[in-house]
Design a protein around this ligand. Structure first.
Ligand code: SF4
Ligand code: SF4
Length: 450
């Protein structure tokens, strides 16, 4: 087996894939569903329903609010209770549509049959039609960042796509939602890849899977045997192997330059494996994106599991399915322990990018007191972007943003490898995140003036 990986940095956090072997079950419908209008990168969606309106499962409730935006669909049937604002997974108060759930009535346009539709059976689907269906269905990246998928399929004229890479790495500890999806819906994922390749007008597709998922590697190698267009790429278990730039490096050997360059500048379009599945459902089943695979996990949870969750479901209802919030202090994360966002309460709803709800015990979450930097350079050696984290953290803390920009702080992918490895327990990522967001604000303001 030819196992590949990225060129620089990386760490090996404990896996803790507690729910690896637990088959996915459909989570019960919530009593009330909460839909943030901003579940993606770009302009928030605009509500097109009002209090008292009746909706079905799959009814559009908010339209795209700009070019870089995505519509939001109801995952439940019922009555619009109110349009309000609540604290979402980002920790900020954001506008939401709240729907009281009544029954489970679906839009008639959605094909709910299990019949597998293939691209070969639908030669009438043009690249433009596929992109349009993905756009209308509100499909966004399902791996966390939430970039509208149709935009990635329409690269700028200066870039030419040569391949689609499916990101099936799932290198973040604890999370198993993508693995379960692969084991349970491999045929649909492969049709999704076919659709993405046709939409991007490329002849080559890769699926990158870490070697800690041998069952998935074997399954996809078997299903694609004889298809020279598709290559399954076993990847060394190494965090952050699933970072977009790290994946492109591992699979193609090409390095994506610093921002604003994106993977398609070196010929690659990267899509998460969950996105490939959502693309299949959007194009072949006329099903908008309103439910997703989510892992609910944590060492102290009585029954960690994988769930097919209607978006808008409050996380508390999922934690209750796993035996409830454990006794004592706990830290709740949307996502895994490396890149997840800490949440202030359990009422935060599952959104398009929620791959995991992770409960970390107080003891695990407790930080050791920060000590002075001993100039060991461990943070430098593990940084997958080739940065100098200790320097960026210091520049950010001292508000030396001009210098931080020169040192390419915007290239930081916020993987946390530096902080994880620091023997002095320095809050490197906290400072770098602050510096990066400030520098990005400065760059945006500068560009707006131009
Ligand atoms: S968080 Fe940023 S600075 Fe730290 S290791 Fe990751 S990419 Fe490098
Ligand atoms: S790993 Fe920590 S102690 Fe070592 S150089 Fe980086 S910040 Fe300093």
């Amino acid at each position: 087996m030819n196992i590949r990986t990225f060129s620089i940095g990386g760490i090996h956090p404990e896996e803790n894939k507690l729910s690896h072997d637990i088959a996915t079950v459909a989570a019960p419908l919530p009593k009330q569903a909460i839909f943030p209008l901003s579940q993606h990168i770009g302009a928030p969606a605009k509500a097109i329903v009002k209090k008292g309106d009746k909706v079905k499962v799959g009814t559009m409730i908010a339209e795209a609010g700009g070019f870089v935006s995505a519509p939001v669909y109801s995952s439940v049937s019922g009555t619009v209770f109110k349009i309000d604002s609540v604290i979402d997974a980002t920790g900020y108060r954001k506008p939401v549509i709240i729907i009281n759930v009544e029954g489970d009535e679906w839009e008639e346009t959605i094909d709910r049959s299990d019949k597998l539709e293939t691209l070969a059976a639908h030669p009438e689907l043009t690249p433009e039609e596929i992109v349009e269906r993905i756009k209308i269905a509100g499909v966004t990246g399902m791996g966390g960042a939430g970039f509208p998928t149709f935009i990635k399929l329409c690269p700028p004229p200066t870039a030419k796509a040569e391949c689609v890479i499916i990101n099936a790495v799932e290198c973040e500890p604890y999370i198993t939602a993508d693995f379960r999806l692969m084991m349970e819906h491999s045929d649909e994922i492969l049709v999704g890849l076919d659709l993405l390749m046709k939409a991007a007008k490329v002849e080559k597709g890769y699926i990158g899977i870490e070697t800690n998922k041998p069952e998935a590697i074997e399954l996809f190698e078997r299903k694609t045997a004889g298809d020279s267009r598709i290559e399954i790429v076993p990847l060394k278990q190494r965090y952050p192997q699933g970072g977009e730039k790290q994946l492109v490096d591992a699979v193609t050997g090409r390095q994506v330059p610093a921002p604003p360059a994106i993977p398609v500048n070196v010929g690659a379009i990267v899509q998460n494996v969950g996105t490939a599945y959502a693309v299949y459902e959007a194009v072949m089943k006329h099903k908008p994106l309103f439910e997703r695979y989510t892992t609910v996990t944590g060492k102290k949870l009585a029954k960690p599991g994988n769930f097919l969750v209607r978006m808008g479901t409050p996380m508390k209802e999922l934690i209750d399915l796993c035996g409830g919030m454990p006794e004592g202090d706990n830290k709740l994360l949307a996502g895994g322990p490396m890149m997840g966002k800490a949440l202030m309460n359990t009422e935060v709803p599952v959104c398009k990018g929620t791959n995991s709800v992770t409960v970390i015990s107080g003891d695990e979450a407790k930080r050791k007191p920060a000590q002075p930097c001993i100039r060991c350079a461990k943070c430098v050696s593990v940084c997958p972007m080739g940065l100098e984290p200790f320097l960026l953290a210091t520049l950010s803390a001292k508000k030396m943003f001009e210098r931080a920009e020169q040192e390419e702080i915007v290239s930081c992918i916020e993987c946390g490898s530096c902080q994880f490895t620091c023997p002095s327990h320095r809050p490197i990522l906290d400072n770098v995140r602050y510096g990066k967001s400030t520098v990005m604000g400065i760059i945006r303001a500068r560009n707006a003036k131009k």
